[in-house]
Design a protein around this ligand. Structure first.
Ligand code: TYD
Ligand code: MG
Length: 452
């Protein structure tokens, strides 16, 4: 049966479809994200899928194989993957351009091929020689390392069937296409259909497939959210490209915990494991400058000391700016409101910038106190003591609320020779070599830091 093709407008952020063009997606609220795509009529496409009908099985009749993990030998990468790569899994790796996605996957394939697994690197962006150059730069290439420059997924699949590799990298999902989908590579329908097809081959042939995904300017993996639902594991590169440190974070893992992060440093021979990121961050710190406060973030199960910087300066005209990097903008607005109301700081006619040094993204509310102290310190132009860490969530009433993982955070502070720790009053009975100051109100912390 000939498949009918029709035009619909598809949101490139979330995959929402509409028959009319809309300026704003009603589903995910993003602006200007609707793009006209030719899509195959779903009714005819569905008919094609339902040829063999499997029956539901009794749970006792289902047999399964133990999950087999293969360690690559890159210890931080294995840690992120939950202790090794699961055979037959489908992994999406996202991150900004130039952050190191191709590098880490090349390193992983390199070390797998040295363990006599057959590996295939499909490049739909770079030339064969570029990939070969990288492979050689990152380690001696073995006889089991295949490279293939191709954009058509059907050709790629037939080669996978031919070569029968154990591990495949497809770099990237946005540049490959299926002939039977009429829209352009990188569009929502292409990305979704390609991913579904890749998934099928990964599961049928027990091949582990990594796909590289680009990110949009908002920082999401481009393409529909369904892509993230479809794959087994989603890992994400973070970090400041200007600096060498990189953080690999698991967003989703069907075969392990999402609580792990991998820490790397980019060198001229690829990504190297970093074991102590706190040291890395602290070594770059300007001492005794107003607007800087330390916080111990939990990245997965690891505590990391990070510096939060703030700059508060009078607004010259118009509406004051609030800009947060590495901290949620909404959270910043909320904290500024608390500072204004509870401490009577006149911030309303000041621009406020907040930045987390090193490109780390803080998601915990436990960083509230450190953010507030950085802002207050810049506003008053008084530096905070350099070896002091601030831990605590701030409520709307200006109260300091409890946080989790206090032991590991304080232990890291102690390892890094921090002398003073401010923490929620209820948690102050903790083992620490230096001074522990339990606080229950934001005002108390201000008095101690700025009046003492
Ligand atoms: P790459 O993995 O190509 O980024 P992505 O695939 O995420 O776009 O890495 C890009 C940067 O890393 C590039 O600017 C060069 C740098 N790099 C090194 O510093 N050392 C190396 O050994 C390699 C391979 C790359
Ligand atoms: Mg790349």
């Amino acid at each position: 049966m000939a498949m009918k093709v029709k035009i619909v407008y598809v949101c490139q952020e979330c995959g929402f479809k509409s028959l009319k063009w809309l300026g704003r997606c009603p589903d995910c609220d993003s602006w200007n994200s609707m793009v006209a795509e030719e899509v195959v009529d779903e009714k005819s496409a569905k008919k094609k899928l339902s040829t063999d009908n499997p029956k539901p099985l009794l749970i006792s009749n289902i047999t399964y194989e133990e999950v087999k993990r293969v360690a690559t030998g890159l210890s931080e990468f294995d840690r992120v993957m939950g202790g090794g790569i699961v055979k037959g899994s489908f992994v999406l790796i996202g991150g900004e351009p130039g952050i190191g996605k191709s590098t880490i996957l090349t390193q992983a394939l390199n070390s797998l091929s040295n363990k006599s697994f057959k590996v295939l690197y499909i490049t739909a962006e770079e030339s064969l020689s570029q990939v070969k150059l990288r492979v050689e730069r990152l380690g001696a290439s073995s006889n089991n390392f295949y490279i293939f420059a191709e954009n058509s997924l059907n050709v790629i699949i037939s080669e996978i069937n031919e070569i029968k590799p154990d591990f495949v990298v497809i770099d990237s999902i946005q540049t490959i296409y299926l002939d039977e989908v009429p829209s352009a590579p990188g569009s929502v329908s292409q990305v979704r259909e390609c991913a579904a097809k890749i998934m099928e081959i990964a599961k049928k042939k027990m091949i582990t497939i990594f796909i590289v995904g680009h990110v949009t300017k908002e920082g999401y993996i481009a393409g529909p959210r369904v892509l993230e639902h479809l794959v087994d594991t989603v890992i994400y590169f973070e970090g400041d490209k200007g600096q060498n440190f990189r953080l690999l974070r698991t967003i989703k893992n069907r075969f392990g915990s999402t609580n792990e992060v991998g820490l790397f440093e980019m060198s001229d021979t690829g990504l190297k494991d970093v074991s102590n990121l706190s040291e890395f961050f602290l070594s770059q710190r300007q001492l005794e400058e107003p607007g800087s406060a330390l916080f111990v973030a939990m990245e997965g199960t690891r505590p990391i000391i990070v510096e939060i910087q703030s700059l508060v300066s009078p607004t010259n005209f118009g509406v004051p700016r609030r800009m947060a990097m590495g901290v949620d903008n909404q959270r910043l607005n909320l904290l500024v409101a608390v500072l204004e109301k509870k401490l009577e700081l006149p911030l309303f006619n000041n621009d406020i910038y907040v930045n987390v040094v090193g490109g780390l993204k803080l998601t915990e509310t436990a960083s509230d106190l450190a953010i507030c102290m950085a802002i207050a310190s810049s506003f008053r132009n008084i530096p905070l003591k350099s070896k002091t860490v601030f831990l605590g969530e701030i409520g709307l009433l200006g109260e300091i609320r409890n946080i989790s993982n206090i032991e590991s955070r304080v232990k890291e502070a102690s390892n890094m020779n921090i002398q003073t720790v401010f923490l929620p009053d209820k948690l102050k009975k903790i083992n620490f070599q230096g001074e522990v100051i339990g606080v229950s109100e934001l005002q108390e912390v201000m008095d101690i830091c700025f009046l003492r």
